[in-house]
Write a protein that binds this ligand. Structure first.
Ligand SMILES: [Zn+2]
Length: 509
């Protein structure tokens, strides 16, 4: 008695089809799963046995062998449960309408036979569709996210009993095909706004430039100067998420088990992990490698407040996503890559006590302490951050001023306008924003006349800029000009962007 059922496993965000073969032979009672099973699949043996018994079926007597193929693929995840149960019940004859090859099964079983939701259902269904499957059986709780995929039938199931009845034709379950009308959510539900920040014009300006050109930003200043307040408000001025980006982000949240109510992510993510977070939670990894904060922030922003307090190795690993917009996670026999294209915002104090250079309070740190603190943020990391800005405490007259600050809505309109200019500019390139330009594109799109070249030359001599820094300045200059809708770059654009690259010489020398 033999059967073959199809299911799926994930490697990163890519799904692969897996054949689950069941063979029931006469002999002493045994139940074995072969074909590189991961520990979690061995656990599934116990769930499958209990679920079959508790759904009112007899667990077959004899030698039961389950083979998972291809053997060279590492199989992880509890989503294999229902395919194993269906394979056994089909081989045993309980399911007599043998499921067709183009049907795949994903779902975890509880001991009482309910079908539980799984992580990564969306990327699995996307891959199964690409592999040519016509129908996929999914846990009822995962149906919303799965229905984002068109062109494959989604059959939501609540229990093993329902699944058997459905396959045998005793009950009907309709294809769950809700028409999703995608609506960007970034303008809704923000309880915070830039108009709550009094003064701090320099900081708000830098945030606007960061959002407009997708430039990373580091803020240096004493505690209470408003760095966190400004960072938290960045999402309120970012451009809307499009459907394609929404699917990408939803896939990552699905795999990591962070998808709430199985709904589409329709806002740009904003992640702000604490500095005590583990390296794995920020970068990603684990026994079954999961995406970390850098990937959860994909298409959105990652805010690391008090950057030098983070683990030094964690900070260094950020080089890869800052440069390549993805993160590679090493694991036992292979490596996995997750997307990690985020706008990076870092906040830090100028010294351990926070008041170095402050006019109101005296710094109590020794030079050694300050240097040690600053050295936690290395030159290569600083070089990868486009905007460096010093944040000063709000002045009393700004706090008490009755002048209303500009709203996020207004700022966002300018950001979107500048982004649209970039979209047109880069129509034939593979990028969308100035922040993503490589050296070749910088040469092509950031043109300086002789006067501007001269200004840059003088600054270069004075501040001993690296080649990487000069490129950052040029990218920023392009964005500043775009915010004014100026095709030709002017001296003021260049001078402003140079200012965003001189703070590091003050602190890091
Ligand atoms: Zn200090």
């Amino acid at each position: 008695m033999y059967s073959k059922i199809m299911t799926c496993v994930l490697e990163g965000l890519n799904g692969y089809a897996i054949e689950v073969e069941a063979d029931i032979a006469r002999g002493l009672q045994s139940f074995n799963i072969v074909g590189l099973p991961d520990i979690s699949i061995k656990e599934s043996k116990e769930r499958v046995r209990a679920a079959i018994n508790n759904s009112g079926y007899m667990f077959p007597i004899g030698r039961i062998t389950i083979n998972l193929a291809p053997a060279n693929l590492k199989k992880e995840g509890s989503q294999l449960d229902i395919s194993i149960a269906v394979a056994i019940l089909t081989a045993f004859g309980v399911i007599y309408n043998i499921p067709k090859k183009e049907i795949a099964f994903i779902g975890e079983l509880s001991l009482d036979g309910r079908i539980m939701n799984v992580q990564g259902a969306l990327p699995m269904v996307i891959s199964l569709k690409e592999l040519g499957f016509k129908k996929v059986i999914v846990p009822d709780e995962n149906k919303e996210e799965c229905s984002l995929v068109k062109g494959i039938d989604i059959i939501p199931i609540r229990s093993l009993k329902d699944l058997v009845d459905y396959l045998n034709g005793d009950i009907k379950i309709e294809n769950y095909n809700e028409d999703i009308i995608f609506k960007d959510g970034s303008t809704e539900n923000y309880e915070i706004d830039f108009d709550e920040i009094k003064g701090q014009e320099k900081l708000k300006r830098a945030m606007e430039i960061a959002a407009a050109g997708e430039h990373n930003i580091i803020m240096i200043g004493p505690p209470g100067a408003g760095k966190t307040m400004a960072a938290m408000r960045l999402p309120t001025i970012l451009p809307p998420l499009n459907f394609e980006e929404a699917i990408e982000s939803t896939k990552i949240y699905s795999v990591s088990g962070n998808l709430k109510e199985s709904k589409l992510i329709n806002k740009r993510p904003f992640r702000a992990p604490h500095h005590s977070s583990s390296s794995v939670s920020i970068i990603g990894g684990g026994r079954i490698p999961m995406p970390g904060e850098v990937s959860l922030a994909h298409n959105g922003a990652l805010f690391l407040d008090e950057l030098p307090e983070f683990n030094k190795n964690t900070i260094e690993v950020l080089r890869q996503p800052l440069e390549e917009k993805e993160i590679t996670i090493s694991r036992a026999n292979a490596t996995l890559t997750y997307p990690a294209n985020f706008l990076f915002i870092a906040g830090m104090n100028p010294c351990p006590c926070g008041y170095y250079g402050d006019e109101t309070k005296e710094c109590t740190c020794s030079i050694t302490q300050i240097n040690k603190y600053l050295s936690k943020v290395s030159r290569p990391i600083l070089d990868r951050i486009d905007i460096h800005i010093e944040v000063e405490p709000v002045k009393l007259n700004e706090l008490t001023s009755r002048n209303k600050s500009e709203s996020s809505k207004n700022i966002r309109e300018r950001v979107i306008k500048a982004r649209n200019i970039q979209k047109v500019r880069f129509k034939k390139e593979k990028i969308k924003t100035n922040g993503q330009m490589n050296n070749k594109l910088i040469k092509k799109y950031v043109v300086l006349d002789d006067e501007l070249k001269n200004i840059l030359e003088i600054a270069y001599e004075k501040y001993k800029f690296s080649a990487r820094t000069v490129n950052k300045i040029l990218k920023l200059t392009r964005t500043i000009a775009d915010l004014e809708d100026k095709e030709n770059i002017e001296a003021k654009h260049l001078l402003e962007s140079i200012r965003y690259r001189t703070v590091d010489t003050k602190y890091w020398g």
